[in-house]
Design a protein around this ligand. Structure first.
Ligand code: DC
Length: 203
Protein backbone atom coordinates (compact mmCIF):
# COMPACT_ATOMS: atom_id res chain seq x y z
CA UNK A 1 0.00 0.00 0.00
CA UNK A 2 1.22 3.49 -0.85
CA UNK A 3 -0.14 6.10 1.54
CA UNK A 4 1.56 9.39 2.39
CA UNK A 5 0.84 11.62 5.36
CA UNK A 6 2.24 15.13 4.80
CA UNK A 7 2.71 17.14 7.99
CA UNK A 8 3.87 20.71 7.43
CA UNK A 9 4.07 23.80 9.60
CA UNK A 10 6.34 26.41 11.20
CA UNK A 11 9.13 25.76 13.71
CA UNK A 12 8.19 24.11 17.03
CA UNK A 13 4.49 23.75 16.18
CA UNK A 14 4.51 20.11 17.29
CA UNK A 15 5.08 18.45 13.90
CA UNK A 16 7.72 16.05 15.19
CA UNK A 17 5.70 14.80 18.16
CA UNK A 18 2.57 14.35 16.03
CA UNK A 19 4.42 12.72 13.12
CA UNK A 20 6.21 10.17 15.30
CA UNK A 21 2.96 9.23 17.04
CA UNK A 22 0.99 8.95 13.77
CA UNK A 23 3.73 6.80 12.22
CA UNK A 24 3.86 4.51 15.27
CA UNK A 25 0.06 4.21 15.40
CA UNK A 26 -0.33 3.13 11.75
CA UNK A 27 3.00 1.31 11.42
CA UNK A 28 4.22 3.80 8.79
CA UNK A 29 7.83 4.91 8.25
CA UNK A 30 8.67 8.44 9.41
CA UNK A 31 11.03 11.01 7.90
CA UNK A 32 11.88 14.27 9.70
CA UNK A 33 12.84 16.29 6.62
CA UNK A 34 14.05 19.22 8.76
CA UNK A 35 16.90 16.95 9.90
CA UNK A 36 18.16 16.78 6.29
CA UNK A 37 18.40 20.59 6.09
CA UNK A 38 19.88 20.78 9.59
CA UNK A 39 22.55 18.25 8.61
CA UNK A 40 23.41 20.27 5.49
CA UNK A 41 23.47 23.49 7.53
CA UNK A 42 25.94 22.22 10.13
CA UNK A 43 28.17 20.30 7.70
CA UNK A 44 29.95 23.41 6.42
CA UNK A 45 31.58 23.87 3.03
CA UNK A 46 29.47 24.22 -0.11
CA UNK A 47 25.85 23.52 0.92
CA UNK A 48 24.82 22.11 -2.46
CA UNK A 49 27.73 19.63 -2.35
CA UNK A 50 26.85 18.81 1.26
CA UNK A 51 23.23 18.11 0.25
CA UNK A 52 24.34 15.88 -2.65
CA UNK A 53 26.67 13.89 -0.40
CA UNK A 54 24.60 13.59 2.76
CA UNK A 55 25.26 10.32 4.58
CA UNK A 56 23.30 8.54 7.34
CA UNK A 57 26.04 9.52 9.82
CA UNK A 58 25.38 13.22 9.11
CA UNK A 59 21.86 12.73 10.48
CA UNK A 60 23.13 11.30 13.75
CA UNK A 61 25.11 14.35 14.93
CA UNK A 62 24.02 15.37 18.40
CA UNK A 63 24.08 19.11 17.62
CA UNK A 64 21.29 18.93 15.03
CA UNK A 65 18.56 20.15 17.40
CA UNK A 66 20.35 23.36 18.51
CA UNK A 67 19.01 26.85 17.67
CA UNK A 68 22.13 27.45 15.58
CA UNK A 69 21.50 24.32 13.51
CA UNK A 70 17.89 25.47 12.98
CA UNK A 71 19.09 28.85 11.69
CA UNK A 72 21.76 27.27 9.49
CA UNK A 73 19.12 24.87 8.11
CA UNK A 74 16.71 27.68 7.31
CA UNK A 75 19.48 29.56 5.44
CA UNK A 76 20.63 26.64 3.29
CA UNK A 77 16.98 25.65 2.71
CA UNK A 78 16.48 28.86 0.73
CA UNK A 79 19.02 27.66 -1.89
CA UNK A 80 17.27 25.97 -4.85
CA UNK A 81 20.31 23.73 -5.44
CA UNK A 82 20.07 22.34 -1.93
CA UNK A 83 16.32 21.68 -2.24
CA UNK A 84 16.81 20.02 -5.63
CA UNK A 85 19.52 17.72 -4.24
CA UNK A 86 17.19 16.51 -1.46
CA UNK A 87 14.04 16.15 -3.57
CA UNK A 88 14.29 12.61 -4.99
CA UNK A 89 15.16 11.01 -1.67
CA UNK A 90 12.12 12.61 -0.02
CA UNK A 91 9.79 11.73 -2.93
CA UNK A 92 10.88 8.10 -2.92
CA UNK A 93 10.48 7.93 0.83
CA UNK A 94 6.95 9.40 0.57
CA UNK A 95 5.80 6.78 -1.95
CA UNK A 96 7.54 3.75 -0.44
CA UNK A 97 5.41 0.66 0.14
CA UNK A 98 3.82 0.39 3.57
CA UNK A 99 2.94 4.03 4.22
CA UNK A 100 5.03 7.05 5.19
CA UNK A 101 4.74 10.16 7.33
CA UNK A 102 6.97 13.10 6.37
CA UNK A 103 7.15 16.32 8.33
CA UNK A 104 8.59 19.58 7.03
CA UNK A 105 7.57 22.78 5.27
CA UNK A 106 6.77 21.76 1.68
CA UNK A 107 5.70 18.13 1.87
CA UNK A 108 2.07 18.71 0.87
CA UNK A 109 2.89 21.41 -1.68
CA UNK A 110 6.09 20.29 -3.46
CA UNK A 111 7.46 16.93 -2.29
CA UNK A 112 4.20 15.00 -2.41
CA UNK A 113 1.23 17.05 -3.66
CA UNK A 114 -0.60 13.72 -4.15
CA UNK A 115 -0.31 12.83 -0.43
CA UNK A 116 -3.46 11.07 0.79
CA UNK A 117 -3.55 13.04 4.07
CA UNK A 118 -2.20 16.56 4.63
CA UNK A 119 -2.07 18.33 7.97
CA UNK A 120 -0.77 21.86 8.55
CA UNK A 121 0.29 22.06 12.19
CA UNK A 122 0.51 25.54 13.65
CA UNK A 123 0.40 27.65 16.83
CA UNK A 124 1.24 31.28 17.69
CA UNK A 125 4.92 32.29 17.66
CA UNK A 126 4.74 32.88 21.45
CA UNK A 127 3.44 29.38 22.16
CA UNK A 128 6.01 27.80 19.85
CA UNK A 129 8.90 29.82 21.29
CA UNK A 130 7.88 28.85 24.82
CA UNK A 131 7.89 25.16 23.88
CA UNK A 132 11.31 25.40 22.25
CA UNK A 133 12.62 27.36 25.28
CA UNK A 134 11.38 24.63 27.66
CA UNK A 135 13.07 21.99 25.46
CA UNK A 136 16.31 23.99 25.84
CA UNK A 137 16.06 23.88 29.64
CA UNK A 138 13.63 26.74 30.39
CA UNK A 139 14.74 29.12 33.15
CA UNK A 140 17.59 26.72 34.01
CA UNK A 141 18.80 26.72 30.41
CA UNK A 142 21.22 29.14 28.78
CA UNK A 143 18.82 30.92 26.41
CA UNK A 144 16.40 33.69 27.47
CA UNK A 145 12.83 33.24 26.19
CA UNK A 146 13.08 36.53 24.23
CA UNK A 147 16.06 35.14 22.25
CA UNK A 148 14.18 31.98 21.40
CA UNK A 149 11.12 34.00 20.28
CA UNK A 150 13.30 36.19 18.06
CA UNK A 151 14.90 33.08 16.57
CA UNK A 152 11.53 31.45 15.85
CA UNK A 153 10.16 34.62 14.23
CA UNK A 154 13.26 35.14 12.10
CA UNK A 155 13.20 31.54 10.90
CA UNK A 156 9.44 31.66 10.15
CA UNK A 157 9.86 34.84 8.11
CA UNK A 158 12.73 33.31 6.09
CA UNK A 159 10.88 30.02 5.52
CA UNK A 160 7.65 31.81 4.48
CA UNK A 161 9.21 34.42 2.21
CA UNK A 162 11.73 32.38 0.22
CA UNK A 163 11.02 32.01 -3.49
CA UNK A 164 11.53 28.24 -3.73
CA UNK A 165 9.01 26.01 -1.88
CA UNK A 166 7.99 28.55 0.78
CA UNK A 167 6.22 27.43 3.94
CA UNK A 168 2.47 27.56 3.30
CA UNK A 169 -0.47 25.21 3.75
CA UNK A 170 -1.48 23.15 0.71
CA UNK A 171 -4.96 24.08 -0.55
CA UNK A 172 -6.25 20.68 0.56
CA UNK A 173 -4.48 20.54 3.96
CA UNK A 174 -6.41 20.46 7.23
CA UNK A 175 -5.06 23.01 9.73
CA UNK A 176 -4.39 21.77 13.25
CA UNK A 177 -3.74 24.59 15.72
CA UNK A 178 -1.95 23.01 18.67
CA UNK A 179 -1.88 26.23 20.76
CA UNK A 180 -4.69 25.20 23.09
CA UNK A 181 -4.17 21.43 22.86
CA UNK A 182 -2.12 19.00 24.92
CA UNK A 183 0.24 16.78 22.94
CA UNK A 184 -2.14 13.84 23.46
CA UNK A 185 -5.10 15.83 22.14
CA UNK A 186 -3.18 17.01 19.09
CA UNK A 187 -2.03 13.44 18.38
CA UNK A 188 -5.57 12.08 18.74
CA UNK A 189 -6.90 14.62 16.23
CA UNK A 190 -4.18 13.85 13.72
CA UNK A 191 -4.75 10.09 14.07
CA UNK A 192 -8.51 10.55 13.57
CA UNK A 193 -7.90 12.56 10.44
CA UNK A 194 -5.51 10.01 8.95
CA UNK A 195 -7.85 7.14 9.91
CA UNK A 196 -10.70 8.88 8.07
CA UNK A 197 -8.56 9.22 4.93
CA UNK A 198 -7.38 5.61 5.17
CA UNK A 199 -10.93 4.36 5.69
CA UNK A 200 -12.10 6.18 2.63
CA UNK A 201 -9.90 4.26 0.19
CA UNK A 202 -10.00 0.74 -1.09
CA UNK A 203 -7.20 -1.35 0.38
O1 DC B 1 11.56 21.40 11.07
P1 DC B 1 12.94 21.97 11.47
O2 DC B 1 12.83 23.05 12.50
O3 DC B 1 13.89 20.88 11.90
O4 DC B 1 13.53 22.60 10.12
C1 DC B 1 14.73 23.32 10.10
C2 DC B 1 14.75 24.25 8.89
O5 DC B 1 14.85 23.47 7.70
C3 DC B 1 13.51 25.10 8.70
O6 DC B 1 13.61 26.35 9.37
C4 DC B 1 13.40 25.26 7.21
C5 DC B 1 14.08 24.03 6.66
N1 DC B 1 13.14 23.04 6.11
C6 DC B 1 12.66 23.24 4.85
O7 DC B 1 12.93 24.27 4.23
N2 DC B 1 11.85 22.30 4.27
C7 DC B 1 11.51 21.18 4.94
N3 DC B 1 10.72 20.28 4.33
C8 DC B 1 11.97 20.98 6.25
C9 DC B 1 12.78 21.94 6.83
Amino acid sequence: MVFTVAIDGPAAAGKGTISRAVAAHFGFAHLDTGALYRAVGVKGGDPVEAARNLSPGDLERDDLRSLEAGQAASRVAALPGVRAALLDFQRRFARRAGGAVLDGRDIGTVICPEAEAKIFVTASAEVRARRRWLELGGAAGVRPLADVLAEVEERDARDRNRADAPLRPAADAVTLDTGALSADEAIARAIALVAARLGGRAR
